[in-house]
Ligand binder design. Structure first.
Ligand SMILES: C[S@@+](CC[C@H](N)C(=O)[O-])C[C@H]1O[C@@H](n2cnc3c(N)ncnc32)[C@H](O)[C@@H]1O
Length: 360
């Protein structure tokens, strides 16, 4: 069982993210352990109602002794039956304003967990199942701050779950912690802030399940991420002197595109400048981020992303944001031999930009 408790500085950072200004809110942790997250929350909101559940009997005894005023219950949070029997959970279902979570995520053997979320049955990793189940307990507009393994973003197992989170919440990566932050052998983790949206975001039917292909919007400023689709091994069969210029990650150097000598016969996925090109695969380096402003239309290999925005001034801001937060973005590349960035992760990173702020 995962019992690596959250260090004080991380718990404080989690609490700091909360936007709710009310004094008497309902706060819960469903994998409470020794109650560190709730203890820090109680300092900030002394008038709040605190709900702590955990599967571990000795943790529950400890909590009952230390915090007699909290609503405490033993519960295997991933079991429907156990949740239905846990009194604090039944009483505060859909009423919780804030959830703080450092869920278990050892996930031995890559087991998949099934969760009911908004009338859908979703299979995911253990940490994600914990997160989705927790969100079911939030009131409309409720907030959740969680520590999650960074691998969850690129994991195929959690793809559907992230699609649903895209639809029902707004979320943002606040911080990344390396494996030294927690005791024992923890993976790299992200601190992520979620807010349950009052209304589901609307996408077309097809895009509902695969929002990876939707343009990411940031308020009224639309940022569009496109992943290149052309596989380089096909180059010889479609090479053409007067074709569309092909850009591969090897053409991105020193923030410029170089050696544009490949042209191919294509009629779709053509990109018109201006756009920002970012490598999708390979060792992440900001020298490969290129603001492409040439009028020549291009087609991208599957190792490159294009980030576009209708407003040219905003595109410059986006470029600045990418370069000045490169450290953060480079950590989202996963895999050791050939590190790669997922579209979901890139969109998530870009969701942190505030284009209305003229200082970026
Ligand atoms: C990483 S610790 C976090 C503890 C505490 N929230 C903190 O941040 O210090 C994870 C906790 O999840 C509990 N846990 C593991 N599986 C669980 C389950 N199925 N249901 C409820 N709690 C579980 C463990 O007992 C452990 O206390």
């Amino acid at each position: 069982m995962d019992k690596f408790y959250t260090p004080n500085h991380v718990a404080s950072n989690m609490v700091k993210q909360v936007k709710n200004k009310k004094r008497d809110i309902i706060i819960a942790d469903f994998a409470a352990g020794r109650g560190e997250l709730l203890r820090i929350a109680e300092i900030k909101w002394p008038k709040s109602k605190l709900i702590a559940t955990d599967i571990n009997v000795s943790s529950i005894r400890f909590l009952q002794k230390q915090h007699p005023n909290w609503a405490i219950g033993r519960c295997d949070f991933l079991s429907d039956k156990s949740r239905r029997k846990c009194r604090p959970l039944v009483k505060f279902n859909n009423k919780i304003n804030l959830i703080l979570l450092n869920p278990p995520f050892s996930n031995k053997g890559g087991k998949l967990y099934q969760t009911s979320f908004k009338d859908l049955e979703i299979r995911s990793s253990q940490a994600m199942a914990f997160l989705l189940t927790s969100i079911n307990f939030l009131d409309n507009g409720g907030e959740l701050v969680a520590i999650l393994p960074s691998g969850s973003f690129s994991s195929e197992r959690d793809r559907m779950a992230w699609s649903l989170l895209d639809r029902y919440t707004s979320y943002k990566i606040i911080n990344t912690y390396n494996h030294n932050t927690f005791d024992n052998c923890y993976p790299t983790t992200h601190l992520i802030y979620f807010r349950l949206l009052k209304n589901e975001k609307h996408f077309s039917k097809e895009k509902k399940l695969f929002p990876q292909s939707k343009p990411k919007t940031n308020g009224k400023y639309e940022i569009r991420v496109q992943r290149g689709r052309f596989s380089m091994y096909k180059y010889k069969s479609v090479a053409m002197k007067r074709g569309v210029t092909l850009i591969h990650s090897t053409n991105l150097q020193n923030q410029e595109v170089i050696n544009l000598d490949k042209k191919i016969r294509v009629d779709k996925n053509i990109i018109i400048s201006p756009t920002i090109l970012i490598p999708r695969v390979g060792k992440p380096t900001k020298h490969k981020v290129v603001h492409y402003n040439n009028r020549v239309p291009i087609i991208l290999s599957d190792c490159v992303f294009a980030v576009s925005c209708r407003n040219k001034k905003n595109l410059i801001k986006i470029e600045k944001y990418i370069l000045s937060n490169w450290n953060k973005l480079s950590k989202l590349y996963s895999g050791t031999c050939a590190p790669f960035l997922t579209q979901n992760n890139l969109e998530l990173f870009l969701s942190g930009i505030n284009l209305k702020n003229s200082n970026i």
